[in-house]
Design a protein around this ligand. Structure first.
Ligand code: TMP
Ligand code: MG
Length: 298
């Protein structure tokens, strides 16, 4: 047994970190450490998981919201997109509805939202400006995480019901898009004059982020020797992101950013580690250091 795990992951002892079964977490980290980086892959959600929920007390943008707060976008877009979000986002968050009940509503939201966005006929250069002026920020410590996964060529799948082009732009502007990283998300379609004319492929919404959304690729198949998986998410829908993957050890890490009182018990049931109201990736980095045997000062 390597000199790993719990005592070394000081971040797990913090009061904002909750675990229903600390013994399971300890054993899983120990096993992942023993197996080493060659067995590891990471599957992460983007909005409010790799990106912040708040910054300096203000709620940050999701990759859809960057459009709503942008000077580049017309007023009709902002008004209608807000009405849509106020209607459908509470449905996404409502724990009293089943996924079956929520799914048609999510499809309705994405269809309406994408149609509205397409009417604005943006260009790729607009997207670059929109992101630069936005309040979408990667979590503190995200750069460390991305760099270290890249150093050891550990695959990082970013699986998002947001907008792929915007995620890519946020990462390029604030960090680096390495070749061990892949984004599966909704991607815009541009015509040959560079105007945005719609979205490619099937809609990925928060409740179909599972193997269906990645079924046309052999991503998980090619990585089936990497059967130790770190899953990072902030929504219960994110728990399905690894469906279709070969899994021996899975550690599910959940960020609980809001509605803490109402949701903590449920999140503790569903995620192995729950990180409450923390805008950094410090806990994830602490776990990663233990698994990869990286001294805690680095
Ligand atoms: P995620 O999969 O990266 O976490 O993010 C998708 C989030 O984007 C999800 O919470 C729904 C949200 N969203 C908007 O904020 N505005 C929109 O117009 C749409 C369609 C989704
Ligand atoms: Mg999210």
């Amino acid at each position: 047994m390597p000199a790993c795990a719990f005592s070394m992951v000081e971040e797990l002892t913090k009061s904002h970190v909750h675990m229903k079964d600390p013994e399971f977490v300890k054993k899983t980290i120990q096993q992942m450490t023993t197996d080493g980086h060659e067995k590891l892959q990471v599957v992460a959600d983007f909005d409010r998981t790799l990106s912040k929920f708040t910054n300096k007390g203000k709620v940050c943008s999701t990759c859809h919201n960057v459009l709503e707060e942008s000077k580049v976008m017309p007023d009709f877009y902002k008004e209608k997109a807000k009405v849509l979000r106020d209607t459908y986002y509470p449905i996404e968050l409502n724990h009293d509805l089943t996924i079956q009940e929520k799914t048609p509503k999510m499809i309705e939201w994405y269809q309406k939202s994408h149609d509205l966005f397409t009417q604005c006929q943006l260009t790729k250069t607009d997207i670059e400006h929109i992101v630069r002026d936005s309040s979408a920020y990667l979590r503190d410590g995200c750069q460390w995480f991305i760099d270290h996964l890249h150093n050891l060529e550990i695959p990082l799948l970013i699986f998002s019901a947001g907008i792929g082009d915007i995620i890519e732009e946020v990462i390029k502007q604030q960090s680096y898009m390495y070749d061990n990283m892949k984004i599966v998300s909704n991607y815009m379609d541009f015509d040959n004059t560079g105007k945005m004319v719609g979205f490619k492929g099937e809609i990925i919404h928060i409740y179909n982020k599972n193997e269906n959304a990645i079924h046309s690729s052999d991503y998980f198949e090619r990585l089936n020797h990497r059967d130790n998986i770190l899953l990072l998410g902030d929504s219960l829908g994110d728990l399905h992101m690894v469906e279709g993957a070969e899994v021996t050890n899975l550690l599910k890490i959940g960020f609980l950013n809001q509605k803490v009182k109402e949701s903590l018990d449920l999140y503790k049931e569903k995620f192995d580690v729950v990180i409450v109201e923390d805008e950094s990736l410090d806990v994830v980095n602490g776990i990663t250091k233990a698994i990869l045997n990286i001294p805690s000062q680095q």
